[in-house]
Structure formats: structure tokens, C-alpha cells
Design a protein around this ligand. Structure first.
Ligand code: AMP
Ligand code: MN
Ligand code: MN
Length: 329
């Protein structure tokens, strides 16, 4: 059986990619793997389905990113590594273009069930807080020193997926890694400022308007916010991350689940679920074809907003009923 190490050592030209609208974990893990493969003497290109968001552009001072454009050829590659997701369907229109070249597909991921994805070779651990933490493990296993740029990428991965060390996945490995990364020179507060302190002037108004779209349901246990195309369009123009509404809604006493539904330009609805108590939101979205983690999961729903809203409310209700009296964590 080929080990993941053999896969990395045995190929020469790599293409790294991840899910649509790449987040901090996806991009940070790509940065770290790019530098690892370069240290091993490989040719590496990061090609994402979507451009890197403005708040992440500080990464480009040490790591080159590109995204797939329909009219431009892809760089040459023999091996593809999917990071922070395990299915080609999550790479949008890029997936079929990658398959055409018949590369070896590998997966580095921490989502539930990722060993059953599209990778013929996998490096997965659903107990890991972030994909970036898995790439850190690879550095250690291959005995490659961690360059500063990779340390910054891994730090970004950790803070992105643990909500700056606040969520229940912020375990001992996360804090130990963070300590080591800070010792290596990572400046956490500079990263924080780069990510969150360069917002467009309309973003405060957008946050207020998006929060206004929420309602409480199921006796105050579900907070659900629906953002229509007009608001999503305004958010896109201001490069505003609408996920900012999740936290204030999650802070309400009595809340078990927060649902954020966003109308996309292609007519689908992107649904993000966050749990605070014992509800397993990964199990809920799995019934609609989505995935993620027990306390944070997502799915793209091919139905109108009103239908998606009703379906999610019904599914959350069922899951609350099945749990009976729920404990809060
Ligand atoms: P999001 O709500 O998009 O922030 O996603 C929450 C978690 O669920 C993240 O770890 C995502 O990678 C994962 N996730 C989101 N959408 C999907 C999907 N369609 N299929 C599988 N996992 C998903
Ligand atoms: Mn992600
Ligand atoms: Mn992740």
C-alpha cells in the first residue's frame, strides 16, 4: 500500500486545490503544503475554484495563488491534492477539468467521512481541528523544518476553524501548535488585523441588515437568517463575509442551532448550520447531501429559499425531538 509519504515523494508536479469560496483553513493548509512540497524539490501550483478573498491577500506576499479561469489552461500536473474537502463536486467547475488529465487524486481533510471521498490516497483525521494541523503533522513526519510562511498558514488554519480558539475543537494539539507557531515568529494580532480590520465602510450596515433578517423558531432553540440575492449582491460588492451573523445569533441564550441561508446567483441556496448543544448538524445536512462536522456543517440546496427554510426548520425540529431534553455544552 502506498503511504501518503510515498505519494508526496513519488510525484513531481502537484496541483493543490480546495473547496469553493476557500476559507482560512483551506488557504492556510494550501500555503503550508506548497512550502512543504517546494522543500521536497517539487513543482507546485495552487489553483482554487475561486479567487482568494481580499482579507486573505496578505498570504500572497510569500505564496503564489491562482484560480481556475474557464478561458485559461491549467498548469501541468500529475497529482492533485484536495485540501479541506474530499469530493471533487466541492470544487465546482474545476473538478471535471482536473479529472480530464487523469492525475492521481489525494485528499488531506478533517471532515466526517472524508476517507470515503474522491482521493485514491488519503491523509485524514476527523478529530483534527483543522486541515492545516494535518499538514503540520506531515512536516514533522517527513522531518522538514517549518518555514515562517508555512507557520503563518497553519496558524491561519487553526484560528479559522476554531473561531480563534473558542470552539470545542480547540484541543491540546491546537494550543500546543499555536504556541510553537508563535515561538517561530507568527504575529497573531497582525493576522487578526489583516483579516478583520480592513472592512468596507458598508460592512457595519450590512451586518445590521443581515442580522435583521433573522427570526427565532422552535421555542427559541433555532435562529434562522435568510439572506436574499439583493443582500448577497451588496455583500459581494463590499467583500463582506456574511458568516459574521453566525456568532451574534449563536450567543442568544437557549439557542441550540443557528441556520444561515444564502441565496446564490445560480438559484441554489447555501445553508450553513452551527450547533451549540448536542444536536449533530452534520447528520442533518447529510440528509440533504451536505457534510462537515458535528457542530458546523453546510450544504448547497437546489430549491427556492422558502422551501429550503421550511426543510431546514423541519429537520432541526426532528433532530431536537429525537434528542428529547438536550444538554448545553
Ligand atoms: P460552512 O457552513 O460553509 O462554513 O461549512 C461548515 C463546515 O461544513 C465546513 O467544515 C465545511 O467545509 C463543511 N461543508 C460546507 N458545505 C459542505 C458541503 N456541501 N459538503 C460537505 N461539507 C460541507
Ligand atoms: Mn473549509
Ligand atoms: Mn477545515
Amino acid at each position: 500500500m502506498t503511504t501518503f509519504h510515498d505519494f508526496l515523494r513519488g510525484n513531481q508536479r502537484f496541483l493543490l486545490t480546495g473547496h469553493e469560496n476557500p476559507d482560512g483553513d483551506c488557504l492556510g493548509a494550501e500555503v503550508a503544503l506548497w512550502h512543504l512540497l517546494r522543500a521536497l524539490g517539487k513543482t507546485v501550483n495552487i489553483v482554487n475554484p475561486d479567487p482568494i478573498g481580499r482579507s486573505f491577500d496578505f498570504l500572497q506576499r510569500h505564496t503564489p495563488f491562482s484560480h481556475a479561469r474557464p478561458d485559461e489552461p491549467l498548469p501541468d500536473f500529475d497529482a492533485v491534492v484536495l485540501l479541506d474537502c474530499c469530493q471533487l463536486s466541492r470544487t465546482g467547475l474545476l473538478g471535471p477539468r482536473l479529472v480530464q488529465k487523469k492525475p492521481t487524486f489525494a485528499v488531506i481533510d478533517h471532515h466526517v467521512g472524508s476517507e470515503r471521498g474522491d482521493g485514491s490516497i488519503c491523509y485524514v483525521d476527523s478529530t483534527a481541528a483543522a486541515t492545516g494541523a494535518l499538514v503540520r503533522r506531515l512536516y514533522r513526519e517527513l522531518d522538514v523544518p517549518l518555514p515562517m510562511a508555512a507557520a503563518e498558514g497553519i496558524f491561519l488554519s487553526l484560528v479559522a476553524d476554531t473561531g480563534w480558539f473558542r470552539y470545542s475543537n480547540a484541543d491540546q494539539e491546537v494550543f500546543a501548535m499555536a504556541s510553537e507557531l508563535v515561538a517561530a515568529g507568527v504575529d497573531g494580532s497582525r493576522i487578526y488585523d489583516a483579516l478583520y480590520r480592513r472592512n468596507h465602510p458598508d460592512s457595519a450596515g450590512l451586518l445590521a441588515d443581515a442580522l435583521h433578517r433573522h427570526r427565532l423558531a422552535l421555542g427559541g432553540k433555532l435562529a434562522i437568517a435568510c439572506l436574499d440575492k439583493a443582500l448577497m449582491d451588496r455583500a459581494a460588492r463590499a467583500d463582506f463575509d456574511t458568516d459574521a451573523v453566525l456568532d451574534p445569533l449563536r450567543s442568544l441564550e437557549g439557542i441550540e442551532v443557528v441556520a444561515l441561508l444564502k441565496e446564490r446567483f445560480d438559484g441554489t441556496v447555501k445553508c450553513s448550520l452551527r450547533a451549540r448543544g448536542d444536536v449533530d448538524v452534520q447528520a442533518i445536512v447529510a440528509t440533504f447531501g451536505g457534510g462537515g462536522h458535528k457542530k458546523a456543517a453546510g450544504v448547497t440546496m437546489r430549491m427556492p429559499m422558502a422551501a429550503a427554510e421550511a426543510a431546514i426548520e423541519a429537520a432541526v425540529q426532528q433532530s431536537l425531538l429525537a434528542l428529547g431534553g438536550t444538554k448545553r455544552t
